[in-house]
Design a protein around this ligand. Sequence first.
Ligand SMILES: CCCCCCCCCCCCCC(=O)SCCNC(=O)CCNC(=O)[C@H](O)C(C)(C)COP(=O)(O)OP(=O)(O)OC[C@H]1O[C@@H](n2cnc3c(N)ncnc32)[C@H](O)[C@@H]1OP(=O)(O)O
Length: 177
Amino acid sequence: MRTDDDRPRTPDRRWAGSDFQDPPRTGGGVALCGACHAAGRCRLGVQRERLDDTGNAWFHVTCPRDQEGGPNVAHGGWTAAVMDECLGHVPLLNRTLSVTAELSVSFVKPVPVDRPVQVRAWVDRREGSRWYIAGEMSLLPGGAVLARASGIWVARDPGHFDRHEKWLAQQDSAGSP
Ligand SMILES: CCCCCCCCCCCCCC(=O)SCCNC(=O)CCNC(=O)[C@H](O)C(C)(C)COP(=O)(O)OP(=O)(O)OC[C@H]1O[C@@H](n2cnc3c(N)ncnc32)[C@H](O)[C@@H]1OP(=O)(O)O
């Protein structure tokens, strides 16, 4: 039987007073999502981020050992998640809350675990509320490309998560089909 404790927590209970355009950041400037805020670190291994004055966002990332797939290399899901995270930080670095609508990832080479890599991300173009963002992950040092990604992020107003909670409650009250 479902109890109140099983229900999803609303953003208000955990995110009271949050400014989604300006989320909590680590000492390395890394914007933290909900679970990483609770952990006090980016669990994907993003250690530093910055936006340069040409519009490129730069990230220093190390794949944690617990994301190992094949021997000494990252699980592909980690690579996709990091590209989603880093590319999705570009609107945030421009003080815009957005969510991923589409993401495409090319896995060019296996990504080593426990070794720093770099992600560069940039805005290809903007149309209406859509941000078309691309990026690549490369090995340090040397710059060999390990992965490429591109996708569409849709800008949202701060009511996005509240509206989702209401939508979810409507789904629950509609009952099972
Ligand atoms: C997340 C942040 C929290 C704060 C801390 C963060 C730190 C970490 C950051 C983490 C970073 C990681 C980030 C994550 O992992 S974010 C988590 C993963 N993503 C999601 O949960 C998104 C789920 N999907 C939705 O919420 C809705 O479907 C969205 C919002 C996407 C659209 O909803 P809806 O359809 O109701 O919206 P609309 O009718 O008002 O249309 C609005 C615009 O969107 C265009 N459109 C719609 N769909 C698509 C599509 N598939 N391709 C291309 N475009 C699409 C549409 O043409 C229109 O364009 P325009 O005519 O206005 O130009």
